[in-house]
Design a protein around this ligand. Structure first.
Ligand code: SAH
Length: 224
């Protein structure tokens, strides 16, 4: 068996994945069956560098280079659950990073439009996602605080980097009754926000819990 296929189908990683889902995700209250199934199926270890592969299913974020991290498994699961993913959704994701969250989303919704400012990270993610056979993802190397006009409006938007406020282009590019999940606060500490766009265009904001993401850098984010 080719080395890369061994990684894909190895029983050892499958067992680690089942344990991760049981102890970190279900135990902490994630209930969405489709989200749980996606977390069981996507091989998270392929989205970390080889030397961190054994840690891929541990309960913390892991460095992926360029000062960035792959989010903790629970954070990916709970943010995805808050997004209420449906099979018909068009989802905009800002901060592709490793591409793991992208894979979870692409497994659950119709199409994913993912924007990453670091083109090398984006290329790496794209290569893995292509290898896994995803054909419903579009990639853009750009400042995601401006959203991605070409395919707007979106049903859902997820931002996996910390913003000083919800970037207003993202609100504009969200459909009425759409949902944005985004960490909002300072560079070091944020609240995880779930915001729903009302039919009149106002946002209904719900704060979930405190979190610490790497900063969203860009025109409507933090300065470099
Ligand atoms: N969901 C990813 C999280 C990666 S960390 C994962 O679990 O792997 C956040 C990512 O956001 C980093 O890769 C960083 O480069 C990216 N980022 C920061 N500011 C951005 C911006 N303005 N537009 C797009 N991506 C941005």
């Amino acid at each position: 068996m080719k080395e890369e296929n061994k990684f894909l189908f190895s029983e050892e990683y499958k067992r680690k994945r089942e344990r991760m889902v049981r102890e970190q995700i279900i135990a902490r209250g994630v209930e969405n069956e489709r989200v749980i199934k996606a977390m069981l199926e996507i091989p998270r270890h392929l989205f970390v560098t080889e030397e961190r592969r054994n840690e891929a299913y541990e309960d913390y974020p892991i460095p992926i280079g360029y000062g960035q991290t792959i989010s903790q498994p629970y954070m990916v699961a709970v943010m995805t659950e808050y997004l209420e993913p449906s099979e018909d959704d068009f989802v905009l994701e800002i901060g592709t990073g490793s591409g793991y969250q992208t894979a979870i989303l692409a497994h659950l919704v119709k199409r994913v439009f993912t924007v990453e400012r670091n083109c090398e990270l984006l290329e790496r993610a794209k290569e893995i996602l292509n290898r896994l056979g995803f054909d419903n993802i579009k990639y853009n190397c750009d400042d995601g605080t401006k959203g991605w006009m070409d395919y707007a409006p979106y049903d859902k938007i997820i931002v996996t980097a910390a913003a000083p406020e919800i970037p207003h282009p993202l609100i504009q590019q969200l459909k009425p009754e759409g949902i944005i999940v985004i960490p909002v606060g300072s560079r070091w500490m944020q609240d995880l926000i779930v915001a729903r766009k009302k039919v009149n265009g106002d946002m209904k904001i719900e704060k979930k819990f405190e979190c610490a993401f790497v900063p969203l850098i860009g025109e409507y984010g933090f300065e470099e």
